[in-house]
Design a binder for this molecule. Structure first.
Ligand code: NAD
Length: 260
């Protein structure tokens, strides 16, 4: 379905982003993967994508807090593959703490990675998409783009902002064959979720099991974590012709969380 097209997925060395990158590559897209981690492990993932799916995969170590590195990543992708058709803004971090103790640098980092980075990538990617009159912008937001939870002020603010950015971009590019949508997962079992368990234990005075059952899955009526493959399948669908008229939407994949 995406043969001859190129996808850039930020924050794709792990979790949801890696699953989305692999799913788009499985559809024939060349991909740029991005994110941090062990160099050898990243190279293993990159070359596995090329071998398994018969596409080309580029790795960019661009830091999503750095606008110049973000612009260079988009430019490198366009120069390497000749085009950028699918942009997935997925990089994200979390920090859990009461607002009065919330470190200022964490607030700034979360806003930069979870919100501003998407502004910078979209800004750089739109001109090429407009020229080719086709594009797909998919922003990994969150149930926290629709509802709040205590102790996550920066994350909830950034994700609500990302939902607003998505709607604005969708309106601006609607006549150019470009769609812009949010995918808003509930709790997906990834390293990001695993890492917030110790801080939530501390903030709420709970054990790890209590955090999983009474905090994380308490909000999710299915009482099951969403899987990364379910999120990736929705991203693939948004790239299909069948999804041409879906734009400016915020698509929940949250086991019923935001229905409550
Ligand atoms: P993860 O920690 O497994 O992956 C995050 C990715 O972002 C990694 O590749 C990491 O290297 C990259 N990253 C972090 N800081 C970066 C930076 N400064 N520059 C470039 N890359 C950077 O997390 P995940 O759970 O897969 O989360 C992916 C996205 O999904 C995030 O935006 C997150 O907010 C969102 N999300 C996750 C869940 C969940 O339950 N896991 C739920 C809703 C939304």
């Amino acid at each position: 379905m995406l043969k001859g097209k190129t996808a850039l997925i930020t924050g794709s060395t792990s979790g949801i982003g890696l699953a989305v990158a692999r799913a788009l590559a499985a559809q024939g897209a060349n991909v740029t993967i991005n994110g941090f981690g062990d160099k050898a492990a990243i190279e293993k993932e990159r070359s596995a994508i090329e071998k398994e799916f018969g596409v080309r995969a580029l790795y960019s170590g661009a830091n999503m807090t750095k606008p110049t590195e973000i612009a260079a990543m988009v430019r490198d992708t366009e120069q390497t593959f000749g085009r950028l058709d699918v942009l997935v803004n997925n990089a994200g971090i979390q920090h859990v703490s009461p607002i009065e103790e919330f470190p200022i640098e964490k607030w700034q980092e979360i806003i930069a990675i979870n919100l501003s980075a998407a502004f910078h990538t979209i800004r750089a990617a739109i001109p090429g998409m407009k020229t080719r009159r086709w594009g797909r912008i998919i922003n990994t937001a969150s149930a926290h783009s629709l509802v709040a939870s205590p102790f996550k002020c920066a994350y909830v603010s950034a994700k609500h902002g990302l939902a607003g950015l998505t709607k604005t971009v969708a309106l601006e590019v609607a006549t150019f064959g470009i769609t812009a949508n949010c995918i808003s997962p509930g709790y997906v079992w990834t390293p990001l979720v695993e890492r917030q368990i110790p801080d939530t234990m501390k903030a709420r005075g709970l054990t790890a099991e209590q955090v999983k059952r009474d905090v994380l899955l308490a909000a999710q009526p299915t009482k099951e974590f969403v899987t990364v493959d379910e999120v990736a399948a929705l991203a693939v669908y948004l790239c299909s012709d069948a999804a041409t008229s879906i734009t400016g939407a915020n698509l929940s994949i949250d086991g019923g969380w935001t229905a409550a």
